[in-house]
Design a binder for this molecule. Structure first.
Ligand code: ATP
Ligand code: NCN
Length: 189
């Protein structure tokens, strides 16, 4: 079986925290690839500030240069609320010879009991949980904990800094920063 990690997210915008957890989990669990899946409408939080097209382009910039990183944009193509169970059902049917590991930060681990059709989803993926400051990794659902240095960066932090007119140099890849500036993203949001 091919072993593939999935990192689903809003990526509004993608940042170094995303890239570091993806690479660290890939190495720890000996995964061949990481597929980044940008959501269309995040199921349980406010709508993204940037459009799916902008988020997709920023993500493409963020993952360029790592051959093991791919983007799978099926949630954007499907539109509507991006429930993970629908996504993983589709991918499991499309790739029956692949074992999927779904990477989640501790904020999402705490939230797992509220996920849509979670009892179905746990049979489709193995959750790989990573620490995130302010959250616990405890869950009534099976989660494999992967030791990753705690990176205290979030998209909310990046958006807030940009709105305040401050630099976000070094927190996001340069190419993502250039794209954000070119398109004036987050300056007034
Ligand atoms: N710094 C981080 N450390 C660990 N996990 C993270 C980190 N940033 C994001 N994640 C995880 O990556 C996935 C996608 O995150 P998402 O794209 O929503 O970014 P975010 O920084 O949490 O965004 P926001 O601040 O807008 O809520 C989630 O499972 C989230 O827990
Ligand atoms: O399916 C659900 O009910 C569900 C609830 C919360 C989050 N998720 C998924 O978890 C990933 C991270 O979510 P977020 O909100 O941090 O971008 C993303 O792929 C979401 O679709 C999924």
């Amino acid at each position: 079986m091919k072993r593939v990690g999935i990192l689903g997210g809003t990526f509004d915008p993608p940042h170094l925290g995303h890239l570091i957890i993806a690479e660290e989990v890939r190495l720890s669990l000996s995964l061949e690839e990481i597929w980044f899946i940008p959501s269309y409408t995040p199921p349980h939080k406010d709508e993204a500030k940037s459009s799916p097209e902008h988020r997709k382009k920023m993500l493409a910039h963020a993952i360029e240069g790592n051959k093991a990183f791919k983007m799978e944009a099926l949630e954007i193509e499907r539109s509507g609320k991006s429930y993970t169970v629908d996504t993983m059902k589709e991918l499991s049917e499309r790739y029956p010879q692949t074992e999927f590991f779904f990477i989640i930060g501790a904020d999402m681990v705490e939230y797992l009991p509220n996920w849509h059709r979670i009892n179905e989803l746990i049979h489709l993926v193995t959750f790989a949980g990573v620490k995130r400051s302010g959250y616990k990794l405890d869950s009534p659902y099976p989660v494999v904990e992967v030791e990753v240095p705690t990176i205290d960066i979030s998209s909310t932090f990046i958006r807030r800094r940009v709105k305040e007119g401050k630099t976000v140099n070094y927190f996001i890849p340069e190419s993502v920063y250039a794209y954000m500036k070119e398109n004036k993203l987050y300056e007034n949001k």
